[in-house]
Design a protein around this ligand. Sequence first.
Ligand SMILES: Cc1ncc(COP(=O)(O)O)c(C=O)c1O
Length: 379
Amino acid sequence: MASTKLPNTGFSIFSEMTRKANEYQAINLSQGFPEFDCSDRLKERVAYYMGKGFNQYAPLEGVLPLRESISHTIIGLHNRTYDPVSEITITAGATQAIFTAITAFVREDDEVIVIEPAFDTYEPTIRLNGGRPVFVQLTPGTYSINWDEMQRSVNSHTKMIIINTPHNPSGMTFSEEDMLRLQKIVNGSKILILSDEVYEHIVFDRGQHQSVARYPELAKRSLLISSFGKTYNTTGWKVGYCCAPPELTYEFRKIHQLIVYAANTPIQHAYSDMLADKDSWQNLKHFYEQKRNTFVNLIKGSRFKVIPSSGTYFQLLNYSEISDKPDIDFTDYLVKEIGIAAIPLSVFYHEKTDHKVLRFCFAKNDDTLAEAARKLCKL
Ligand SMILES: Cc1ncc(COP(=O)(O)O)c(C=O)c1O
């Protein structure tokens, strides 16, 4: 019998909930993917590059035009220059970039600080590399971060801090003050930062996305990771990127080449053309802000308590006035009896902490949101 290297890890709840949603023909607000298709222009660009014969291996670091487009975009947004040649690598999605970054730097007994609730790949990837996750909890209800707790969690074993803004699953976004606190904590240390920014273009209420790229003291020690899946409604294409100073990028690429060698070629060229047109990403925040407002307004008549979301396409709802079932059981009831698939928040905690909160994805058509809200308001 093969022994497991990950005894506490099963298979992703996201695909499990999508399977259940299909089985019970429920409205699927669980897994984080948009109900809308990608643009015709993007499809046309991919077809164009395939037709032109861009179908063989890309350079392992990614095609240069895309790295240049990313560099230009970041200069415009955050006023920091990442050198396309030595500081930007194209990956097979953010998941691979996260795995690569942790594997490149985390060794046996290194500590890595993970903010909980947390995206599900961080912890097992740290453990696979012999590292020790150290958890810092967001405050339930507001999902703000307690920087004093973060400060107390840092010690001489701390190799890396993983941050994620806008934050999945809570919809919280870091403020400038948060970034300055983080900067103060790591200043003068050798701690690396893995900054997961896959929802970088989805920040609401005129907020500013707080990228590590905006803070020189953070950027010089950070691996900034993002993905095109969320920006272009193409979560199935799995192309992302990592921006980091040359010495970090050099080590990152050593691992990257072993995992995938390179991401797929025609899609990289197509994304490069898309990024160059600001309209393809700069209205995303308004689009999803509208969706959030629609969903929240529809839910107002229900007994769910809305937890404010300032970014991503997720909305947390507290159901403690409706039921005292554990969140896993309540989710099960929702999908089987009410016809709504959601994600119980406890799955984002290593101790499966249950605050009677569920995560709903509102990247759906208005009709879908209205039908979902109608069902939820009956509870
Ligand atoms: C916070 C966060 N990081 C990373 C990813 C993975 O991105 P990708 O699909 O590009 O691998 C996701 C996807 O849901 C996410 O929510």
